[in-house]
Design a protein around this ligand. Structure first.
Ligand code: GAR
Length: 209
């Protein structure tokens, strides 16, 4: 199977969508869920599903490099083919990103390249956008800048609020993230020279001796 590590910081509703989609499938196995927060609810979701969990608290490390090294060790111990960032709210170092080059996906709640960073729903409202959405992309050193894989749009409604809009975006997130992971696991999706192809090959896991 394609072994994946899911990295979270909070609620983990995207993790839940992945658990639900793949728990009865052979081709994707969630090998470990890693959180930088010990109280992330997503850890509870993983435990309920019988998935190994690991907490790597960023506050215990003096530097980003030291945190990322510990994170990398926690992931590579499980020999995964793909790292899935699912509401993981830490900026990763270039060394970490390079280690998982072509093997790491992120989901970002905007139609990238619009609204990189935080508060994307409010920013879409403030800009008067009529359409908002979500992007799954490969992770590169450029923050929220790697090659997009898949996007879904939602309408912005009259008198919308950031919370209402976020809720509508979440519904789409839970559809497109499992789809992108499924493509990757079937070897249909790969990152190539800063772009994507839908005719890829599965890379071997990192962390092999
Ligand atoms: C999701 O909306 C995801 O797109 C966003 O965090 C939320 C996590 O929700 N990610 C980012 O903002 C990344 N910069 P979840 O914990 O319920 O999956």
């Amino acid at each position: 199977p394609c072994r994946i590590a899911v990295l979270i910081s909070g609620n983990g509703s995207n993790l839940q969508a992945l658990i639900d989609r793949f728990q009865n499938e052979q081709h994707v196995q969630i090998a470990v869920v890693v959180s930088n927060k010990a109280d992330a609810f997503g850890l509870e979701r993983a435990r309920r599903a019988g998935i190994p969990t690991k907490v790597v608290p960023n506050r215990s490390f003096d530097t980003r490099e030291a945190f990322d090294a510990a994170l990398m060790a926690a992931i590579d111990q499980h020999e995964v083919n793909l790292v899935v960032l699912a509401g993981f709210m830490r900026i990763l170092t270039p060394g970490f990103v390079q280690h998982y080059s072509g093997r790491m996906l992120n989901i970002h709640p905007s139609l990238l390249p619009k609204y990189q960073g935080l508060n994307t729903h409010q920013r879409a409202l403030d800009a008067g956008d009529k359409v908002h959405g979500v992007t799954v992309h490969f992770v590169t050193e450029e923050l929220d800048g790697g090659p997009p894989v898949l996007q879904a749009t939602v309408p912005v409604l009259e008198k919308d609020t950031a919370d209402a809009l976020a809720e509508r975006v979440h519904v789409q997130e839970h559809l497109i993230y499992p789809l992108a992971v499924d493509w990757f696991a079937r070897g249909r999706l790969a990152m190539r020279d800063d772009g994507c192809t839908l005719d890829g090959t599965l890379l071997p896991p990192t962390g092999r001796a």
